[in-house]
Design a protein. Structure first.
Length: 314
């Protein structure tokens, strides 16, 4: 683990202890440089996955900031959310985090929070550092309805991670490739010898993606557990997951091809960049064509304004 951790002095965040004002713009820029360096190091060590790379934490940070803005938060609160979003997956590995939590293992959320806690405490006020650490530590689970609004930083990071990034059309590509990278499904792939058997590869790609999708839909689309101001947005995003599940269940040609191509790439020793895979993916039916078009709009930032309109203030 020590080889994964950059020396703490390198983060160099400018805090506001003892000062009335802090350069929050600079704080976010320094944090982004730190994460870029950290992820470069992890990439060289083969510790990054397609689903949890620099692009992922950057988008979570961007949409966490946008959420705080939609809730009426000022520039400082937006910056706090952005910094937390950048750091939320500092130690993300190719393991099922929900399974880790169920088995009482230390999760990537806990590891990342523990890493940043002393850094934040040295550079920010006690209140701000606590909000940021909790946002990172608890981004794997939705806040209870009576907790929403108490820590807008935590709300912003978990909503950006679960509803913006791990949802919508993009998740079909991201999840299928991550299933190929995940240790448990790689083990199954070896046991079934799918590498020289296209039909078995397709079956396993569909099985893994469908199983994970059904689990995630159940965990993160129950509107009774989601604040009212997020309902329109969540409905819009989750409809794509439902389309994915339904398509895989009936053996839709386009979506079966999509998850098979991405799953097979994820199984490789050195998978290609996920964004590049999406960009060069060639749809074979209207179903996967629709998913690619929506996903490219998301990755290009063209859906940002639409998302902001769907997220209403409480």
């Amino acid at each position: 683990m020590s080889s994964m951790i950059l020396k703490k002095r390198k983060i160099g965040l400018m805090g506001n202890k003892g000062k009335r004002k802090a350069s929050w713009i600079r704080n976010t820029q320094v944090m982004e440089r730190y994460m870029r360096s950290a992820f470069h190091q992890m990439g060289n060590e083969g510790l990054l996955t397609s689903a949890h790379n620099l692009g992922h934490v950057q988008r979570v940070a961007t949409y966490a900031q946008a959420y705080v803005s939609a809730m009426g938060g000022g520039k400082k609160k937006q910056a706090i959310a952005k910094i937390s979003g950048l750091g939320h997956d500092r130690f993300r590995d190719a393991v099922d985090s929900m399974k880790q939590a169920a088995e009482k293992q230390k999760t990537h959320e806990e590891k990342s929070a523990e890493h940043f806690k002393p850094l934040f405490e040295k550079r920010f006020t006690k209140k701000v550092s606590s909000q940021m650490v909790q946002a990172i530590k608890k981004h794997g689970t939705l806040p209870q309805l009576n907790e929403v609004g108490k820590n807008v930083t935590r709300d912003a990071v978990v909503f950006a991670d679960k509803f913006f990034e791990a949802n919508g059309s993009y998740i079909a590509f991201r999840r299928a490739m991550f299933m190929g990278e995940r240790a448990d499904w790689r083990k199954v792939a070896l046991e079934r010898n799918v590498f020289n058997n296209p039909e078995e590869m397709k079956k396993l790609a569909v099985e893994s993606t469908l199983k994970e999708s059904e689990k995630r839909v159940a965990a993160f689309s129950d509107l009774s557990k989601i604040p009212t101001h997020m309902h329109k947005f969540v409905k819009y995003q989750v409809q794509w997951q439902h389309k994915l599940v339904e398509a895989l269940k009936v053996g839709d040609k386009g979506m079966t091809n999509l998850v098979t191509v991405l799953f097979a790439e994820g199984l490789k020793e050195k998978p290609r960049d996920l964004t590049e895979m999406i960009k060069f993916y060639k749809p074979i039916a209207e179903s996967d064509k629709a998913f690619k078009e929506e996903t490219m709009r998301y990755l290009n930032g063209e859906l940002a304004e639409k998302f902001k309109q769907l997220v209403s203030q409480k």
